[in-house]
Design a protein around this ligand. Structure first.
Ligand SMILES: NC(=O)C1=CN([C@@H]2O[C@H](COP(=O)(O)OP(=O)(O)OC[C@H]3O[C@@H](n4cnc5c(N)ncnc54)[C@H](O)[C@@H]3O)[C@@H](O)[C@H]2O)C=CC1
Ligand SMILES: O=C(CO)[C@H](O)[C@H](O)COP(=O)(O)O
Length: 300
């Protein structure tokens, strides 16, 4: 398949690379010439602009957007829109709010797929988990690319109509916050508790057969291995929070109690207070799965 990829940052490069590795042709564009050149080095055909990318794709365009959520998606769509018709498919693989995705789907002539993407840059080798919403025919048309970008055929599915993909990813992120908080609290108790423990050893032991083993726990193990049992100079500031806020807002609207997700979000907001071990671990874990910058104590 011929795929246009717009947005070639941490995630977009992986979308392009995995598609290329699976034998697809990729035409790539980013506002940053450096990012476009990096994709070209990996085998993509570089485009000078969104218009150029669309011209090169010809009929039945398949375009994957991997730009930051919010205004950048609307700005990109404004550039793409004049080149689209009903046979074309646009995938938004970013962390867009599901209601924005429903609006965009209604506004565009093309079939619009909202695709929640999980795994982060750390999953470049293994592939992502993809949660897709939108027209069935468009999902089916994109399956060869989804097979390539995801872990494989089991790593993606159509969640439902427009918005459902980003809705599922929003809730996924709420769960992610809660899990990070739970691990953080457990390790904080172990650190401040009765025994002199090695946290890497605890995490490794748990990861081998324990009920609570998981990828996030593997990232805890990695964090302790690389930063030390006390997390060294990792600060207790946790950045981000938009998707967790959306999850809690939606839970309030639906009158579904999500106290643990809310508490995890509140902890992030409260993380200006120095010294909490759980937050410093969460800060470091976001590097583990997302390659987000680790705020260090000296930066505070
Ligand atoms: N980094 C992560 O762990 C994950 C990120 N996401 C989502 O994926 C999306 C992309 O994230 P990242 O790759 O981490 O961001 P990034 O900041 O690394 O890359 C974004 C890229 O988009 C480009 N860009 C911005 N506006 C553009 C425009 N109008 N036209 C063309 N290119 C444009 C930028 O130059 C940059 O290269 C975001 O919505 C993010 O929330 C989703 C899952 C995990
Ligand atoms: O979606 C993700 C992981 O699943 C990304 O890492 C996202 O950037 C996390 O952002 P935040 O910490 O603000 O929720």
């Amino acid at each position: 398949m011929e795929l246009g990829v717009i947005g070639l940052g941490r995630m977009g490069q992986i979308v392009a690379n995995r598609s290329l590795e699976a034998g697809h042709d990729v035409i790539a564009f980013d506002l940053s010439a450096e990012a476009t050149a990096e994709a070209a080095e990996a085998g993509a055909e570089p485009a000078d602009s969104v218009a150029d990318l669309c011209d090169r794709l010809g009929a039945e365009k398949r375009i994957w957007l991997m730009v930051p959520a919010g205004d950048a998606v609307d700005a990109t769509l404004a550039d793409v829109e004049p080149h689209l018709d009903g046979d074309d498919v646009v995938v938004d693989g970013g962390n867009s709010h599901f209601e924005e995705s429903v609006r965009r789907a209604e506004e565009t002539d093309a079939a619009y797929l909202d695709c929640g993407t999980s795994g982060g840059p750390a999953s470049a080798e293994a592939g992502f988990s993809l949660m897709v919403g939108g027209p069935k025919w468009a999902y089916e048309a994109m399956v060869p690319v989804f097979d390539a970008v995801a872990t494989g055929p089991e790593g993606h599915d159509r969640m439902g109509e427009s918005g459902a993909g980003h809705y599922v990813k929003m809730v996924h992120n709420g769960v992610e916050y809660a899990l990070m908080q739970a691990y953080g609290e457990g390790f904080e108790l172990l650190t401040d508790g009765r025994y002199d423990l090695e946290m890497e050893s605890v995490a490794r032991t748990w990861n081998n057969g324990a009920v609570i083993r998981s990828w996030l726990l593997e990232l805890c193990e990695e964090a302790f291995r690389e930063e030390g049992s006390d997390l060294g100079d990792v600060a207790d500031h946790v950045a981000g929070g938009s998707t967790g806020t959306w999850t809690v807002r939606e839970a309030l609207e639906q009158e579904v109690p999500v106290p643990i997700i809310y508490q995890a979000l509140a902890e992030r907001f409260d993380s200006r207070n120095e010294g909490r071990f759980s937050r410093r671990l969460a800060n470091r874990l976001r590097y583990g799965f997302g390659r987000h910058e680790v705020a260090r104590r000296d930066d505070a």
